[in-house]
Design a protein around this ligand. Structure first.
Ligand code: ADP
Ligand code: MG
Length: 408
């Protein structure tokens, strides 16, 4: 089946064709008919499989066909966990909906409210928002959700996880009971699933590859590298694949900045991206990376979810994530759509073995061991650009493990 055979608005079909979206992906094929029917859907599919268009296409169609005579507020609310994801999904609505009359707007914190309030006073059909800023503006009376017909949670498991749950429940109370609710995610556990069912009515559950949430087109390897040696191995890998784009995940904001400094010492350009930066700098760095203006992004779990940059070929877990589902999301930043990706993790044998076990238990797969011969190991350190510099001292105070989420 092709998109042109669907009974959706011509204005959407022609735009999909221009974007070279000819055939729906599996998850799109399975969910779109139910969403068009107005059913509640909980969709679980691997990273990079096209979940965004799976809701954007049918929702745009519904909004476009069932136009209201007079504008009466937001009709579709999409909630997402990070600001960059709000911006990205808003862009997908605008792109696929380019030829329609549907107006969408991305709302997030970290920037001035004034302009957002002005924009909200005009026509917004689809609001793609992070919970914090949205809740602020609802309580200040700038957002009216009483006409919402469709509520969508992307990265639904994280959204329903403790941090966001209360906000969402409060908002749900303000939205009409008669609404369509859609959940999209790559990972979901039992606890979150039961929470999710408390927000939907008779949801149809659609799950692709139920057992393994790990994307099929990503190859995985782990190398045992001691904490203090990691930067030499990173340098080594980056030099070996000097034309490719990398996302390097570290545990904390401070470490992200230090890895960038370490690479700069070795004469390699990279940029950090984390939750402690000014929002305008966050957008700017991600935008430059998206355009390929530099090839190595060093980041925290703030970039683990949803970000779609198809040209990224490698994900390096410089530090292993403590939450195993974050491994799945991080690695899912490569191997998007039909591209292949490679994930390489550096596992320290003192502290991180337990995280590796948790990850393998969670995914049900053993990650290929990338054996490093002891002589090669020494040679990599020896060959590094600046092995004498006292990185150890610099990183030491930061090698202790601490909580993750506030560290984004
Ligand atoms: P997910 O949310 O499942 O991780 P995305 O929705 O971000 O994945 O989509 C992953 C990539 O696949 C994006 O670059 C998107 O443009 C592309 N894509 C999605 N659907 C199609 C399609 N039907 N045909 C071609 N490319 C697609
Ligand atoms: Mg997504």
């Amino acid at each position: 089946m092709k998109f042109k055979d669907y009974s959706i608005a011509e204005s959407i079909k022609s735009q999909l064709e221009r974007m070279k979206f000819n055939k729906p992906t599996d998850i799109q094929f399975k969910t779109i008919p139910h969403i068009l029917e107005g059913e509640d859907v909980m969709a679980i599919a691997q990273t990079g499989t096209g979940k965004t268009a799976a809701f954007v296409v049918p929702i745009l169609d519904k909004l476009e066909r069932k136009r209201r005579k007079n504008y009466s507020g937001i009709r579709c609310l999409v909630m997402v966990p990070t600001r960059e994801l709000a911006q990205q999904i808003n862009t997908v609505f605008q792109e696929i909906g380019k030829e329609t009359s549907v107006k969408s707007f991305g709302l997030y914190g970290g920037v001035e409210q004034e302009q957002q309030i002005q924009r909200l006073s005009k026509k917004v059909d689809v609001l793609v928002a992070t919970p914090g800023r949205m809740f602020d503006l609802i309580s200040q009376g700038h957002i009216d959700v009483t006409g919402v017909e469709h509520l969508i949670l992307d990265e639904a498991d994280l959204m329903l996880d403790m941090g966001f749950l209360k906000d969402i429940q409060d908002i749900v109370l303000k939205i009409p009971k008669k609404r369509q609710t859609l959940f999209f995610t790559a990972t979901i556990d039992k606890k979150i699933k039961s929470l999710a069912y408390s927000v939907v009515r008779d949801a149809i559950r659609i799950q692709i590859s139920p057992k393994n949430p790990v994307a099929k087109n990503v190859d995985h390897a782990v190398a045992f590298v001691e904490m203090d040696d990691k930067r030499f191995f990173l340098e080594n890998v980056l030099r070996e694949y000097e034309d490719d784009m990398f996302i390097v995940f570290v545990r904390t904001k401070v470490r992200a900045e230090r890895v960038v400094a370490a690479l700069a010492r070795a004469g390699m350009e990279s940029h950090f991206f984390h939750g402690g930066m000014e929002q305008k700098d966050r957008f700017q760095i991600l935008d430059k990376f998206r355009k390929g203006e530099f090839r190595v992004l060093v980041t925290t779990d703030v970039a683990a979810r949803g970000i779609d940059i198809p040209s990224v070929k490698y994900v390096i877990n410089y530090d292993l994530p403590e939450e195993p589902e974050n491994y799945v999301h991080r690695c899912g930043r490569c191997g998007r759509g039909t591209n292949r990706g490679q994930a390489l993790s550096f596992c320290d044998t003192q502290i991180e073995m337990e995280f590796l076990e948790l990850i393998e238990e969670y995914t049900g797969e053993t990650i290929t061991r990338h054996e490093i011969d002891p002589n090669e190991y020494k040679a990599i350190i020896f060959d590094a650009e600046d092995p004498t510099y006292d990185w150890q001292k610099l990183l030491d105070d930061d090698n202790k493990f601490s909580g993750t989420e506030e560290e984004w």
